[in-house]
Design a protein around this ligand. Structure first.
Ligand code: SF4
Ligand code: SF4
Ligand code: SF4
Length: 315
């Protein structure tokens, strides 16, 4: 009997769903053993019956539930709670679902400040009232990761997650497992660049200038990006973005890691740890522009990003 799977996307860009499709031949191998009973990105499904007349949300029961995207409004919360009720093993797919992701950058502002910026004060559009129509789901005060609302059994991080890990996690479940996780290693642990454990010092450079490297040479001949004076979040980011092949994807493209796989372990505080890593090689973390946002780029849920208290007048 195939294992039933229900998939949902909440506050999501659909990149995670593209990753499911990018599982490619591994997905073809798995498909005979899977029965997707609900996946709105591929199969039209009316939540309240075909004519919308149903009284309660209709998501079919399934053994495995996969949910991408963070929880931004009451509708997302409702769908997530329904997915939790209807599925036995719930997978948080992608860094939005796992940590709040990019949308949780908005947690640095109050809901009213966001509405002011987007609906009332945007210079490029006509001012509009807040989205308070009864058919528009109400925004929550903050953008949340799934496990701030319901119990999550398996987390597959990444923005987007690598297809290898989606196939790996589903494969483990098909063999009867109930858990799956990546090893606790940092991006630096899988990075082949040259390291001398010291930088030239000075303020951190912004990526408006190129790294120093010879395109004719391999990565093992390129100096570590942090040591070149740029901010690379490899020391505090979970390894695995390149799937089973190893070398971190951004470093392969000769650009810094931005932290999309999230912290190495759940209890870690990437910003504090990164400031320590920078100081240890002589870089001044206080010179990173917009440090709080940049070092929590994908991890604004779980209370990591909050509006700052208003400063007293004159300061
Ligand atoms: S984790 Fe990345 S790819 Fe997935 S929904 Fe969020 S923004 Fe999109
Ligand atoms: S800081 Fe960046 S470039 Fe340096 S070793 Fe770590 S991942 Fe590689
Ligand atoms: S190098 Fe960092 S930001 Fe780039 S894909 Fe890997 S984990 Fe994500």
């Amino acid at each position: 009997m195939p294992v039933t799977v229900a998939e949902e996307w909440l506050n999501s860009c659909s990149g995670c769903e593209i990753s499911i499709l990018n599982t490619g031949t591994a997905l073809l191998d798995l498909l005979p053993e899977l029965n997707f009973v609900h996946i709105p990105v591929l199969i039209d499904h009316k939540y309240f019956g075909q004519l919308g007349g149903g009284a309660s949300m209709d998501i079919p029961e399934a053994t495995v539930g996969i949910v991408s995207g963070s929880v931004r409004n009451e509708e997302h919360q409702h769908v997530l709670e329904e997915m939790r009720k209807k599925t036995k093993i719930l997978i948080a797919l992608g860094s939005c679902a796992a940590y709040g992701g990019i949308p949780s950058q908005a947690n640095m502002f109050t809901r009213d400040e966001v509405f002011e910026k987007v609906f009332r004060g945007s210079p490029s559009t006509d001012a509009a009232p807040d989205p308070k129509h009864p058919n528009v789901p109400l925004w929550l005060e903050s953008c949340k990761a799934l496990d701030e609302i319901v119990k999550v059994d398996i987390t597959i991080p990444g923005c987007p997650p690598h297809p290898d890990w989606i196939a790996d996690a589903i494969g483990a479940l098909l063999k009867g497992g109930t858990s799956w996780h990546l090893p606790e290693r940092s991006v630096c642990d899988t990075c082949p660049v040259m390291r001398e454990k010291k930088s030239a010092g000075g303020p951190v450079k912004r990526c408006l200038e190129n790294l120093a490297f010879n395109p004719e040479e391999g990565l093992d001949k390129m100096r570590c990006i942090n040591e070149q004076g740029f901010l690379c979040l490899g020391p505090v980011t979970l390894a695995g973005c390149a799937g089973k092949s190893g070398v971190p994807r951004c470093v392969q493209a000769r650009t810094p890691c931005r932290g999309c796989f999230g912290p190495i372990r759940k209890s870690a505080r990437p910003m504090v740890d990164m400031m320590g890593a920078m100081t240890s090689i002589g870089l001044d973390p206080k010179t990173v522009v917009d440090r709080r946002a940049i070092m929590n780029r994908y991890t604004g849920g779980h209370g990591n990003l909050k509006p700052l208290p208003a400063r007293p007048a004159g300061r």
